[in-house]
Design a protein around this ligand. Sequence first.
Ligand SMILES: NC(=O)c1ccc[n+]([C@@H]2O[C@H](COP(=O)([O-])OP(=O)(O)OC[C@H]3O[C@@H](n4cnc5c(N)ncnc54)[C@H](OP(=O)(O)O)[C@@H]3O)[C@@H](O)[C@H]2O)c1
Length: 302
Amino acid sequence: MVTGAGGALGTDLVARLTAPDAPPDDSVLAVTRAELDVTDAAAVRAAVHGWAAETAGAGRPVLVNAAAYTAVDRAETDPEAGAAAWAANAEAPGLLAAACAEVGATMVHVSTDYVLGPLPDGARRPLEPDDPTAPAGVYARSKLAGEQAVRAALPDAHHVVRTAWVYGATGANFVRTMARLSRERDTLDVVDDQHGSPTWSADLAVGLVALARSSAPAGTRHAAGGGATTWCGLARAVFEELGADPARVRPCDTASFPRPAPRPAWSVLSDASWRAAGLAPLPPWREALHTAVARHPELLLG
Ligand SMILES: NC(=O)c1ccc[n+]([C@@H]2O[C@H](COP(=O)([O-])OP(=O)(O)OC[C@H]3O[C@@H](n4cnc5c(N)ncnc54)[C@H](OP(=O)(O)O)[C@@H]3O)[C@@H](O)[C@H]2O)c1
């Protein structure tokens, strides 16, 4: 069962689960927000119980939660949006996990680099799942609370997967925005002091489905595109893909581009926990971007 199936990641999860090479016995129930509001406790319980009853005896039930409130800045500035973020990101995962516990399902829950804090002494190395958390901002705090609720309800049947800097073929994202701005402006100033691991949602979907089908023990793991760059580096790569001059993208610092929600300066995620579970690491981010725009040229239309 996939919740949030209409989002960027949800769309790719469903595509992966229903691809021609999917095991023929797999059955997939995908629900968009219109079909299941994950903040509605009664609806969540009914949907999960209904799904479990329909698929009883058909194998191991796994629910992948790709639903989330992702308008990070709006959650920070608009109290109603903040409340919606809390309901979808902090409380709903607990509702889903409790329902999974009732029917004996495993839950794969997607979380974010935003829950992590800076390393002690300003160290800079790829972040591991047991590195300190220090969520700054409403969205980040809501996502950490969601992780905690899932672990508490399903101590032996959860997979919490933190990812970062996701872009997909569906919806607004940084890659699309940079492509649009490349046509609208001669030069662009883009933040060069935040480091992270850009992640193509289709690659993440492949990884999450592999995890769901694996016998990996319960745990919290990181999965993001391989390697690291800055937002400026990612913007320049988008320009390269467009055949535009990457030098038109000029580096600036976070202080010159203030946003309502704080962003981590260091979001590079280690794939050690992913590999340790016997899972294939996601492809390197630059290669993934090239593949993504080749498969979805509309990404470059902005
Ligand atoms: N995007 C990133 O850079 C990034 C980075 C790290 C982690 N993540 C995590 O990755 C996961 C997938 O994110 P994404 O990039 O695919 O985001 P997305 O495109 O915004 O997808 C989220 C989906 O959840 C739906 N949703 C929101 N509230 C809901 C509710 N109450 N009930 C049911 N569905 C609801 C949204 O529907 P509407 O569009 O109709 O609201 C949307 O279809 C999330 O857990 C996110 O926190 C994302």
